[in-house]
Design a protein around this ligand. Structure first.
Ligand code: 0O2
Length: 215
């Protein structure tokens, strides 16, 4: 099988976009199929919604500079792992690992790295589960292995992350200490809320199970 885009072959930003957009389409389909199957078999919808995006060229260049690389198309593809990003938002923390396992067990998905910010939250309080995966994409003249960053988090964690992102953007990453402290406290409350919602849901499931069995 010939590899279409060896690292030196990328000719334009348009080509980079095509490559990563195609990978996102495949990942979106995989996620949709898993969700449909889950709904059908378990009468339960683990995924609230899915967002995907291609990183902006400005943001890619910023990351390359941060890591000490020149801004070339080759370096983008080689060193920026989240050019294609997909965010899966689910209801409960237990869904996060379930979805991650379902994706990781697919034969054509290769998990390159995992960052479990659920088990090890960031200093900011950020919680989420990240995987860099590589999937094959077939083009007219061959196969291309493309990296996608998958972020999986609950609705509550997503709410926190988007507000925190806006605040950090506004203060260019230098938010006053009291705001950072408040955000950290909110992250703790989000974790507590997630744990409470999960235990309530477990209780509801147990109750429905008893009812179905006629107890
Ligand atoms: P954007 O705009 O979302 O693309 P690496 O990718 O391994 O070289 P990096 O980027 O530090 O190193 O990886 P990490 O920690 O896994 O973070 C990647 C992404 O997670 C970030 O992408 C954010 O989307 C999200 N993230 C990480 N930490 C935080 C945080 O403290 N707050 C919020 N709100 N989001 C966070 P980008 O590239 O920063 O931005």
């Amino acid at each position: 099988m010939n590899l279409k885009l060896s690292d030196g072959d990328i000719r334009s930003w348009e080509e980079v976009q095509l490559r990563y957009n195609s990978a996102l389409k495949q990942m979106n389909t995989k996620i949709e199929i898993l969700n449909d199957e889950f709904k059908e078999i378990h009468r339960y919808n683990p995924i609230e919604h899915v967002k995907s995006r291609i990183k902006t060229p400005e943001s890619i260049v910023k990351k390359l500079r941060r890591d000490g690389y020149e801004s070339t198309l080759e370096n983008m593809v080689n060193y920026v792992n989240d050019i294609a990003g997909i965010r899966i938002i689910c209801s409960f923390t237990s869904d996060i690992y379930r979805i991650a396992d379902m994706l990781a067990s697919q034969q054509d998905i290769q998990v390159l790295t995992v960052k479990d910010y659920m088990m090890n939250p960031k200093k900011s309080g950020y919680r989420s589960y990240h995987m860099i995966v590589q999937i094959p994409v077939y083009f007219s003249d061959g196969l291309d292995e493309v990296k996608v960053e998958v972020q999986i988090r609950t609705v509550a964690m997503d709410f926190w992350a988007s507000l925190e992102h806006k605040i950090q953007y506004k203060f260019e990453g230098q938010a006053p200490a009291h705001i950072n402290a408040e955000l950290f406290e909110c992250a703790r409350m989000v974790a507590e809320l997630d744990a409470k919602m999960l235990s309530l849901n477990d209780e509801i499931l147990e109750f429905s199970g008893l009812e179905e069995r006629g107890a």
